[in-house]
Design a protein around this ligand. Structure first.
Ligand code: AMP
Length: 183
């Protein structure tokens, strides 16, 4: 299974991606986590991207796409994966299509987590990560609406929408059901 997770910041993508990837036996690839790991170990890439993460801005494509290309190893098509946080723009989606085509596969399903905006802001403020201040949250929501939401039409034929309100296990069960009934 080759799955993308799309949804606004605070929809619970990271939590659900970890649970779903374990349940489905595929790798969880999160660009946000890869970037945060670089920032934490102060690698060269980490120093380059820290300012973008702190501001809730998109890391430039040449950096992001190169990191993803390196992470999508040759066996990634066979092994399957769940991508979380990439692509975030239609440009990145086109890059991903090409990377996968070169490895002879494509995304099967795009799982959208749908949640009202007032709920996501409350969840993020409660989470309290370094980039969860109110201004930065607002900026990330705006970027989602402008840059990422167009992916929903880009992937219209592969899109499965899951209401992401309710408890964590309820949402996981709903997502698994949606994936299994679609396959
Ligand atoms: P996330 O963990 O998905 O909320 O991502 C945290 C931060 O990492 C974002 O606010 C961006 O600064 C950066 N980031 C993650 N994924 C991408 C991406 N696909 N393109 C550009 N920046 C990204």
């Amino acid at each position: 299974m080759r799955i993308l997770i799309v949804g606004p910041p605070g929809a619970g993508k990271g939590t659900q991606a970890a649970l779903l990837s374990a349940e489905l036996g595929v790798a969880h690839i999160s660009t946000g986590e890869l970037f945060r790991a670089h920032v934490d170990r102060r690698s060269e890439l980490g120093q380059k991207v820290k300012q973008y993460l702190d501001a809730g801005a998109l890391v430039p494509d040449e950096v992001t796409n190169a990191m993803v290309a390196q992470r999508l190893t040759d066996d990634v098509c066979r092994a399957g994966f769940l991508l979380d946080g990439f692509p975030r723009t239609v440009g990145q989606a086109e890059v991903l299509e090409n990377l996968l085509r070169a490895r002879d596969c494509e995304i099967d399903t795009v799982l959208e987590f749908d949640v009202p905006e007032d709920q996501v802001v409350a969840r993020l403020l409660a989470r309290g990560r370094g980039d969860d201040t109110e201004d930065v949250i607002r900026h990330r929501q705006q970027l989602y609406r402008q840059e990422t939401a167009p992916l929903l039409s880009f992937y219209a034929e592969r899109l499965v929408t899951v209401p992401a309100v309710g408890s964590v296990p309820e949402v996981t069960a709903r997502a698994l059901h949606a994936l299994r009934t679609r396959a």
